[in-house]
Design a protein. Structure first.
Length: 476
């Protein structure tokens, strides 16, 4: 931590103090479970938008996206194009049914549309998907902070969990929403601040960047090849962007919870449409940052041979001035504390616990907070065990693809068909997840060669079509 100056610490302390004050002030008074879970559905659209961006982005953009453009190009924008399409579909097909059924969690929808066992199964799949993805995100952030501070990875993960629970999760949805706005704004400012320093802090200029980037193909967007072993080719990236984001935003309660805190369906639809612009600008900033760091290091004849996932932390420690270095530390820290403790606990209490055991209104918030401790422990374990992961951004998508497609297929089944059979649905969810898991393991052992970017697509079609095929077979 020898590179950290007193001024860096002042920036960090001041920034974390603001986060704590927002979390405490917004979560201080709770007007019952509806306030804790849904913020009384009085959230302004702009708050919902930036909170959604903060949850979507997290450490995987701050750390992962620059590493992608540092080691490759801007092909990640292909995925975002598909993601933009998915948000439009969610706005016009998913959000209306969630408001129609007055859902506390989105799994209330499948419980009403099918039967309660489907709701239980969907919640469990959400737990698996969100815990794995968020555990990897937590590791990505803890790794970046441990590089900057010199702290051990285990200690860093522990501190993140404690802070997230104490100042954000404990206060419920209001704390999550308003701290999310603060986090999102810091993401924009940090990325732009570092880029400004790279181009105007020395001899390296924008012309030098364009020359090196063009020579080394660092800002290429379209991958027009037909090598289906490569998940970055245009067709697979677009499809994965559409299906992956439909699953991530439409069937993952961590993301959709923010959109259910608005008063009307129209406001919720407006919010997710606005996130297209807000997230695109942020992704563009961090892709530019990774490419700019690459060109800066090459211009200055600096050789970097460590993991690409550490490049932002490495650059901050070795090149940034006092204050800005501290702001990078602060931003990566802020990106880590937006853990899904509220959404996981809300889903557990609403979708499972309260369905099998009667819970009094006065006990709902207390039980939710107790379950947060349990989920925090699991997240910490997953984060610590993720140390062997390579290229964390893509690894997170790969893990997410194993289970998220199963959930998406069920939601599509509920929205676009009149199918009813719950046993067939549960079997198909399990089967499709095991199928994708088998492909993932087979790929690691060189037994199969199924692109990970197709996992969500395979899982979606399997869990959507298989129940209907089984239903027709049983009738015959």
């Amino acid at each position: 931590m020898s590179n950290f100056s007193f001024f860096d610490w002042i920036v960090v302390f001041f920034g974390i103090s603001i986060l704590a004050l927002i979390g405490i002030s917004k979560g201080r008074k709770q007007e019952g479970s509806s306030d804790f879970f849904l913020a009384l559905r009085k959230t302004p659209v702009i708050v919902s938008v930036f909170s959604f961006v903060a949850s979507e982005v997290s450490a995987m953009t701050i750390v992962g996206v620059p590493s992608v453009s540092f080691s490759g190009g801007w092909e990640y924008l292909q995925f975002f194009a598909g993601s933009a399409v998915s948000r439009i579909l969610i706005a016009y097909f998913f959000i209306p049914v969630f408001y129609k059924y007055n859902c506390v969690t989105i799994y209330d929808f499948v419980g009403e549309r099918f039967e309660r066992p489907v709701q239980y199964s969907s919640s469990v799949f959400f737990f698996i998907t969100r815990l794995l993805a968020s555990g990897i995100r937590l590791y990505a952030t803890a790794l970046a902070i441990s590089v900057i501070t010199g702290w051990s990875l285990g200690l860093t993960i522990f501190l993140f969990l404690i802070f997230s629970f104490a100042f954000i999760g404990f206060g419920g949805m209001k704390s999550v929403l308003y701290t999310g706005v603060y986090q999102a704004l810091s993401f924009y400012l940090m990325g732009l601040g570092v880029i400004f320093f790279i181009f105007w802090g020395g001899d390296f200029g924008f012309k030098d960047f364009l020359k090196i980037a063009a020579m080394d193909n660092k800002i290429a967007i379209i991958n027009a090849s037909f090598d289906f072993k490569n998940p970055n080719i245009f067709l697979l990236a677009i499809l994965n962007g559409v299906f992956g984001s439909l699953a991530a935003f439409g069937t993952d309660y961590e993301m959709m919870q923010r959109l259910l805190t608005l008063k009307t369906r129209a406001e919720s639809q407006k919010s997710i449409m606005y996130t297209i612009i807000a997230t695109f600008l942020l992704v563009l900033i961090y892709l530019s940052l990774g490419s700019a760091i690459y060109a800066f290091l090459k211009f200055n004849s600096v050789t970097y041979s460590d993991k690409a996932d550490k490049i932002v932390s490495y650059f901050a420690v070795n090149f940034l001035p006092d204050g800005l270095r501290g702001f990078v530390f602060l931003t990566v820290f802020l990106a880590s504390v937006d853990l899904p403790l509220v959404s996981l606990s809300t889903s557990f209490i609403n979708d499972i616990y309260s369905r099998v055991k009667k819970v009094e209104e006065k006990d709902l918030i207390k039980l939710t907070r107790i379950s947060m401790v349990f989920f925090a422990a699991i997240l910490g374990f997953i984060a610590f065990m993720s140390q062997k992961a390579q290229n964390m951004l893509w690894f997170a998508f790969e893990i997410n693809g194993v289970t998220s497609g199963s959930l998406l297929g069920v939601f599509l089944l509920g929205i676009f068909t009149k199918f009813k059979g719950s046993k067939e649905i549960i079997f198909s969810m399990i089967f499709s997840s095991l199928l994708c898991l088998g492909f993932m393991i087979g790929n690691k052992l060189n037994l199969t060669n199924v692109p990970w970017s197709s996992f969500v697509i395979i899982g979606t079609f399997t869990s959507f079509l298989l129940p209907q095929l089984i239903g027709k077979f049983r009738k015959n």
